[in-house]
Write a protein that binds this ligand. Structure first.
Ligand SMILES: [Zn+2]
Length: 494
């Protein structure tokens, strides 16, 4: 009786292992044979624990990441650490870039930095055959908040490459060109801001140089903003302007503190970059959040899907980097320029170096007990910043060349069923000539990344033989050019 039960269990094990091995393309011949009949119960239960991670079974092929194509690889190779170094060195040479510093001195202060960035961007635009336009939207932030003692002009610099087929769909990266020292109101003393955030501005500028001669399908914006340290003022203005213009911002990234691969204990971590991605959206109403929680959608906000997408397309041998998605809007006690975008319902996330050294941020330049404080150029790793630039470019280009993320995705809850019916509309304001069809993605609810793909063709409704109770499902668009959009996540529908 006991052997019979064990035999039955073994048969189930062998069947499941075989399915697992087929699914994973691995099958160890040495595992075959009668010796498995001698498997003891303890071993069996251990093995069941192992393949339990593969549960539940379901249709489709195993998920594989999109690989950069030849054109993208060529663009990634064009990112030049020497140019990154030259940009950061130049930005530091303005002495201070405090938002409260001089806006008219041609040599020192944020005004000189602003004019230099804009002139460089105009130079890139001159190579674009008119595709790239440079704007410097400006506004007065009135005195009143504790970090703005006087009315202060704040100016953003935006290099916009209009999309060739879907111009209203926008993807944007940004860095902030203002800097600070210990006292956020100190507009006089040297405030080099090499890492925070000349490094992020250097990525916007280097990508502008490379993309100026390219022709993205959707609109791409490379931005440098000010007023970050005083209260995210430049990015708030930019997000609000885009909202009021009706721009369909489907992805925004801030690069803020992306210059160093060295931790405060001196260890180096040069091949990882963190991507902070918010969970439950700050823009959602209480009732939508309640629905999201009721269906287990806390880990599938648009920002999380954007994070998954970046990890998929930018963790590879062409960037030589790992995108480490952090399930958090930002670090403790900190905020960034992605937040005004999130607050307006735009998917957004933040790139930051893997380990921060707080002696090199927001500090007066000084030596204490032989330790150098301050955000100095000597602490920046230009090769690392260039690789973060490649992560950004791989992400941005893959977004802009793919069709838009599907919209209004619902999963039918009209009747109790173990199938799942999904309905959506294409993710563009225009008929996209590149749109080839759609794919359903799924993963076990406990998995962080998509595990399976079900191609469903050129439809906007499909039923898959998979219980929505046991997995997370999404839908993404597939381009004729091979690029695929981030996934959309379904809410209950008819
Ligand atoms: Zn910063």
């Amino acid at each position: 009786m006991r052997l019979g039960l064990l035999g039955l269990l073994y048969s189930l094990y062998a069947l499941q292992y075989g399915l697992w091995a087929i699914a994973h393309g691995t099958h160890d011949e040495s595992e075959d044979g009668d010796e498995h009949l001698e498997l003891n119960a303890r071993q069996l239960s251990l093995d069941q624990c192992n393949f339990a991670a593969q549960w539940p079974p379901g249709p489709g092929q195993l998920f594989t990441s999109q690989e950069p194509n030849t054109e993208l690889r060529q663009m990634l190779a064009e990112i030049d650490p020497n140019r990154i170094e030259a940009i950061i060195t130049k930005l530091v040479s303005f002495g201070t870039r405090s938002t409260l510093s001089s806006q008219t001195d041609p040599v020192r202060g944020i005004g000189a930095a602003r004019d230099w960035i804009a002139s460089q961007m105009h130079g890139f635009a001159n190579t674009s055959n008119g595709r790239m336009t440079i704007t410097t939207p400006s506004f007065v932030q009135p005195a009143g908040s504790e970090r703005i003692p006087n009315d202060t002009v704040i100016t953003n610099i935006m290099a916009t490459i209009k999309g060739s087929t879907d111009p209203n769909r926008v993807y944007l990266i940004s860095g902030h060109y203002d800097s600070r020292v210990t006292d956020v109101l100190n507009a006089i003393d040297d405030s080099p801001g090499a890492d925070d955030d000349a490094s992020g501005v250097a990525i916007s500028m280097e990508l502008a140089r490379i993309l100026a001669t390219r022709n993205p399908s959707a609109t791409v914006i490379l931005a440098a903003v000010a007023g970050e340290e005083q209260g995210l003022f430049g990015s708030t203005f930019m997000a609000q302007q885009l909202l009021e213009q009706g721009a369909d911002v489907q992805g925004m990234f801030t690069n803020d503190i992306v210059g160093s691969s060295t931790a405060d204990d001196g260890t180096k971590d040069p091949f990882n970059v963190r991507l902070f991605a918010q969970g439950i959206p700050s823009s959602e109403s209480a009732s939508t959040v309640a629905t999201r929680e009721s269906i287990g959608g806390e880990n599938d906000s648009p920002a999380r899907e954007l994070g998954r997408f970046s990890a998929e397309v930018a963790t590879n041998d062409a960037t030589n980097m790992n995108v480490r998605v952090i399930y958090r809007e930002d670090r403790f006690l900190r905020g960034g320029d992605h937040e005004p975008f999130l607050d307006r319902g735009f998917p957004a996330a933040r790139f930051t170096e893997p380990h921060e050294n707080f002696a090199h941020q927001h500090q007066d330049v000084r030596v204490v007990d032989g330790v150098q404080f301050g955000d100095l150029t000597e602490f920046v790793d230009f090769e690392f910043t260039a690789r973060v630039g490649r992560v950004n470019l791989a992400t941005l280009w893959s977004l802009a060349q793919a069709p838009g993320t599907p919209r209004n995705l619902t999963i039918s809850t009209s009747v109790l069923t173990n199938n799942s019916t999904l309905t959506w509309v294409p993710g563009s304001d225009v008929v996209d000539p590149n749109l080839a069809g759609f794919e359903v993605l799924w993963r076990p609810t406990t998995e962080p990344f998509w595990s399976h793909i079900i191609p469903v063709g050129s439809v906007t409704k499909t039923t898959v033989l998979l219980s929505k109770d046991n997995v997370i499902m999404g839908v993404r668009a597939v381009g004729k050019n091979g690029f695929k959009s981030p996934a959309a996540y379904p809410f209950p529908g008819p």
